[in-house]
Design a protein around this ligand. Structure first.
Ligand code: FAD
Ligand code: NAD
Length: 471
């Protein structure tokens, strides 16, 4: 082994949390190294998460729309054929472009990129098994752990990423399954289920709870979204538990049982997607060498400045508390570097948006109605349907609505929930409103261009503090 290298900061993990922290540290003039074991920067998000899934969502939506939604628009098309290989190639092009882009940004900001697997060997020491052979030891004044998360396995089902898949297999299937069963009706299940349903698979989603969308989604919005997805052909079994699976035959068999009443049935599938959540990933990191703690979910324990009990070792992103979202990881990365270089940082966890990229999209920020109710806060709601919005009507995309929840006394916005076209872009305005502590009247009195979908946003705000004009 060579002599240890001295750094201001060593970052373990080159996902969104790690790479953003590395760039920010480089910009602040720190001598920084980022260690990534995948051999490619960008982590889950760029390689097997946000980016490839959105490529498939976009292109499968276009395909589906050309097949089913052109006639009424006055567009006659001839034979439409799926070229799955090319769709996957387009996905890979997007991923490659973006991961190489991160490598370029590392060079630009003088970040040392070390492809290899890191383990903590001391409070200021990280040992690396390099991908191209050999070992290296780094001595660091500060260490950031950003090792991300992995899919939670389903007990009794062996994941081979071909027939029994996580999202990683689901973004790379080489043919459209006839029947796909999705275990878990959260964000991954609905996004990846949508992709394969649009491409022709018969998709059944089995969800343990009584509503789809995973944690946080407003019940009213969830119901509306489920109805729309059902119309598109997806099937749902809610309040249903998967008892076990059999993968010995040509067709996979899943035994499921209604949570109440206990009615059992067997579902056949060519592909089963396991999407029951993700868990923090810290395997092989050597936490025990320096006594770092994890909670009962395996997440590294930190304080509000992202510090472990060894204060110069910080943790950000999916491997610690909070929602497992790329933009949350990014906010934490910037804040963590600011804590190191300036002593203060800022992340407003009440103003982190969530987006489900189905069609139409679902997006929200702040609290949902059940959460507000549970806290005993007096509140009012206002909503506006896209069917009454001029742009949605011209686009022939009128499904969905915008819903505001605000404090009954102060009118301060507590939550905004959207299901509808472009919800994911529209929610940015909601995030800004929540961040600035706006009231629904503040939004309602802000001019919104006509004709835009964003007018539905304004009118929902109007409906909250007064009355909407067009509904
Ligand atoms: P990761 O991206 O998981 O990165 C951690 C990195 O650390 C990995 O590359 C890993 O190889 C590396 N690593 C681990 N251990 C070591 C070690 N010992 N040494 C060296 N390197 C190590 N979020 C959104 O906001 N929007 C979306 O649309 C979205 N879509 C998603 C779709 C899918 C299918 C999935 C699975 C996730 C999606 N997410 C989305 C979530 C998002 O991907 C994560 O929140 C984000 O990647 C978290 O970033 P991270 O840096 O904390 O972890
Ligand atoms: P999730 O937590 O969103 O949903 C999991 C769902 O599975 C829940 O509805 C849960 O009730 C259900 N479930 C759990 N155990 C079950 C069981 N035994 N049987 C049936 N249902 C069961 O998790 P996910 O969809 O796997 O996504 C993981 C993470 O990745 C999430 O935290 C999400 O934020 C992130 N992600 C985000 C995006 C996005 O931002 N668009 C996209 C994909 C993934």
């Amino acid at each position: 082994a060579t002599e240890a290298q001295e750094h201001d900061l060593v970052i373990i993990g080159g996902g969104v949390a790690g790479y953003v922290a590395a760039i920010k540290a480089g910009q602040a003039g720190l001598k920084v190294a980022c260690i990534e074991k995948r051999g490619v920067l960008g982590g889950t998000c760029l390689n097997v998460g946000c980016i490839p899934s959105k490529s498939l969502l976009n292109n499968s939506h276009l395909y589906h729309q050309i097949l089913h939604d052109t006639k009424k628009r006055g567009i006659e098309v001839g034979e439409v054929k799926l070229n799955l290989q090319q769709m996957m190639a387009a996905k890979n092009t997007s991923v490659d472009g973006l991961t190489k882009g991160v490598e370029f940004l590392f060079k630009k900001n003088k970040v040392e990129y070390i492809p290899g697997t890191a383990a903590l060997s001391g409070e200021n020491e990280v040992k690396v098994n390099k991908i191209d052979g050999g070992e290296a030891t780094f001595r660091a004044k500060n260490i950031i752990i950003a090792t991300g998360s992995e899919a939670t396995p389903f007990p009794g089902l062996t994941i081979d990423e071909k027939r029994v898949v996580t999202s990683t297999g689901a973004i790379s299937l080489n043919e459209v399954p006839k029947k796909m069963v999705v275990i878990g009706g959260g964000i991954i299940g609905l996004e990846m289920g949508s992709v394969w349903s649009r491409l022709g698979a018969e998709v059944t989603v089995v969800e343990f709870l009584g509503q789809i969308g995973g944690p946080g989604m407003d019940a009213e919005i969830s119901k509306m979204s489920q109805k729309i997805l059902q119309k598109q052909g997806m099937k749902f079994k809610l309040n249903t538990k998967v008892l076990g699976g059999d993968d010995s035959g040509e067709t996979l068999k899943l035994e499921v049982e209604a949570a109440k009443g206990g009615k059992k049935e067997t579902l056949d599938a060519d592909v089963v997607l396991v999407a029951i959540g993700r868990r923090a990933y810290t395997a092989g990191l050597g936490l025990e060498n320096i006594g770092l703690e994890v909670d009962d979910k395996g997440r590294l324990v930190i304080d509000q400045q992202y510090r472990t009990k060894i204060p110069h070792i910080r943790v950000i992103g999916d491997c610690t508390f909070g929602p497992m979202l790329a933009h949350k990881a990014e906010e934490e990365a910037v804040a963590a570097i600011e804590y190191i270089t300036k002593g203060f940082g800022h992340v407003n966890y009440n103003a982190i948006p969530s987006v489900m990229y189905t069609h139409p999209e679902v997006a929200w920020v702040g609290q949902n109605e059940a959460e507000v109710k549970e806290q005993g806060v007096k509140y009012k709601t206002g909503s506006f349907p896209f069917s009454a919005n001029s742009r949605a009507k011209t686009n022939l995309e009128t499904e969905g609505m915008v819903k505001f929840i605000s404090d009954a006394e102060t009118d301060r916005i507590l939550g905004i929930h959207i299901v509808g076209p472009n919800a994911g872009e529209m929610i940015a305005e909601g995030v800004l409103a929540v961040e600035y502590g706006a009231s629904s009247e503040d939004v309602a009195r802000t001019s919104h261009a006509h004709p835009t979908l964003a007018e539905a946003f304004k009118e929902a705000a109007m409906a909250t503090y007064s009355k909407a004009i067009h509904y």
